[in-house]
Design a protein around this ligand. Structure first.
Ligand SMILES: Nc1ncnc2c1ncn2[C@@H]1O[C@H](COP(=O)(O)OP(=O)(O)O)[C@@H](O)[C@H]1O
Ligand SMILES: [Mg+2]
Length: 220
C-alpha cells in the first residue's frame, strides 16, 4: 500500500528530515509511526500524500510511483486517501453535514447519496444526531470525530492520521483509536503518526520507529 525505497528528504541544506528510509506498509495493515518530536513522522505522511517530494528515493502508494502521477491526475489519486490532522479546521459557517460532504458535492454525488453516507459515517463516530449542528456547538473531541467522519465519508482505501489524538484526553484518544480499528477491520489501511507511547501500548499494532529521520525499527 505504501512503499518507501531509500527515501531521503532534506528541507534545508544538509538537514535530513528523513534519511534513507526503506519500509513497506501492506494493504489492510494498521500501523503506528512513532518517534520523538522532529523524528520525521509528519514528513513521512506528507511524502506518502504527495504533499512533499523526496529529495532522493522512491515513494509508491497504492501501486503508483508518486513521481509519475501527473498533476492533473492528482485529485483522483487523493480521493481514496483519507487524512486526519491534529489541526482539524472545520468550516465554522457550515453545518457538520456540509463540512463532511464538501468533497462528495464537488464530485457530483446526489443529495440522497450524500445524506445516506453522512448518516452512516456520523453514526460510526457516534455523532449522527449532530448533522445540522455547527462546529462551535461541539466539544473539541466531537469536532475531531467530525474531522474523522470527513476523512471516512469518501470510503478511503488508506487513512493517514497525524497526531489525531493530540488535543484529546486519554479516554477520547482511545475512543478514536477504536474507531480507526473498526475502519481498519472493514478493509482500510490505517497509518497513525503519534508520539504518544501510552496510546501505542494500549493497541497491539505494528509500530514503525523513526529517530532523527532514520528508521530505527520497522516493526516487522
Ligand atoms: N517545511 C519544513 N521546512 C524546513 N524544515 C522542516 C519542515 N518540516 C519539517 N522540517 C524539519 O524536519 C524534521 C522532521 O520534522 P517532522 O517531519 O515534522 O517531524 P515530527 O512530525 O516527527 O515531529 C524536523 O527537524 C523539522 O524541523
Ligand atoms: Mg509531526
Amino acid at each position: 500500500m505504501i512503499r518507501f525505497y531509500h527515501v531521503s528528504k532534506i528541507y534545508k541544506e544538509r538537514n535530513y528530515a528523513l534519511q534513507d528510509v526503506t519500509v513497506t506498509i501492506h494493504p489492510r495493515e494498521f500501523c503506528f509511526i512513532t518517534g520523538p518530536s522532529g523524528a520525521g513522522k509528519s514528513t513521512f505522511l506528507k511524502l506518502a500524500l504527495g504533499e512533499e517530494i523526496p529529495t532522493s528515493g522512491q515513494v509508491l502508494v497504492t501501486g503508483r510511483n508518486l513521481q509519475s502521477i501527473k498533476s492533473s491526475e492528482f485529485p483522483y489519486f487523493r480521493r481514496k486517501i483519507g487524512t486526519v490532522f491534529q489541526d482539524f479546521r472545520l468550516i465554522t459557517t457550515r453545518t457538520i453535514y456540509e463540512n463532511i460532504t464538501i468533497l462528495l458535492k464537488l464530485q457530483g454525488y446526489s443529495n440522497n447519496e450524500m445524506r445516506k453516507r453522512a448518516f452512516d459515517t456520523l453514526r460510526l463516530v457516534g455523532l449522527q444526531s449532530k448533522m445540522e449542528s455547527f462546529p462551535e456547538e461541539l466539544s473539541g473531541g466531537e469536532q475531531q470525530r467530525v474531522a474523522i467522519a470527513r476523512a471516512l465519508i469518501s470510503k478511503p482505501n488508506l487513512l493517514l492520521a497525524d497526531e489525531p489524538t493530540g488535543n484529546l484526553d486519554p479516554e477520547l484518544a482511545h475512543e478514536i483509536m477504536r474507531i480507526f480499528q473498526e475502519v481498519n477491520a472493514s478493509g482500510t489501511t490505517v497509518v497513525v503518526a503519534t508520539h504518544d507511547k501510552s496510546l501505542i501500548a494500549a493497541f497491539g499494532a505494528r509500530v514503525i520507529v523513526l529517530q532523527k529521520g532514520k528508521l530505527v525499527d520497522a516493526g516487522e
